[in-house]
Ligand binder design. Sequence first.
Ligand code: FMN
Length: 200
Amino acid sequence: MSNTSARIAIAYHSGFGHTAKQAEAVAAGAASVPGSVTDLVPLDELTDDIWDRLAVADAIIFGAPTYFGSPSAGFKAFAEASVKIWAPELGWRDKIAAGFTNSKAMSGDKLNSLVDLAVFAAQHGMIWVGLDLYPGWAESTASIEDLNRLGSWLGAMAQSDADLSAEKAPPETDLRTAAALGARVATVTHRHLRGAALAA
Ligand SMILES: Cc1cc2nc3c(=O)[nH]c(=O)nc-3n(C[C@H](O)[C@H](O)[C@H](O)COP(=O)(O)O)c2cc1C
């Protein structure tokens, strides 16, 4: 592990609290890697404070609920406002990036949201990190409790039953998958910082 700390920001929107719960699990996973400092950044109000906190992050993990097959308008407002970071200097260039999304259906077209988040990160010159987990719940003997039960490589997916509050959904299995993404991003960020220090 690196001697310096790795700062992992989790920048997320959540309309009704379910994706916020997923964000907390991502943060807990990142914090479980020694030397990591996490910052949960809700995107409800795009204050100067938000941009300052993201500016000092070594990694930003983006999260949004899937609404009509893409990231929520709340997240998109943040994405469009980030043009002031993008121009004129690609302010987030070479930061590590990753993403997560939550919706009510097993599919619910969640993949489209992760693709959107990855393209967003790419357009900022960031370095995308996916999940390194084989799909769970994909064999006759497999369990719905498996890690990565929704089978995504691009980022962490969670599913929240529409009639359950954020106290009860998404389920523990998806929160463990979210934590796995946070831990992987923290580990990769430490390596990235060590490499940058050697190259300096
Ligand atoms: C406007 C709107 C559009 C939605 N579209 C989808 C969708 O395309 N696919 C899906 O599975 N769920 C969809 N949902 C359900 C939400 O993704 C789901 O309730 C999620 O848990 C909400 O997360 P949040 O509490 O963080 O906002 C939609 C909900 C809303 C309000």
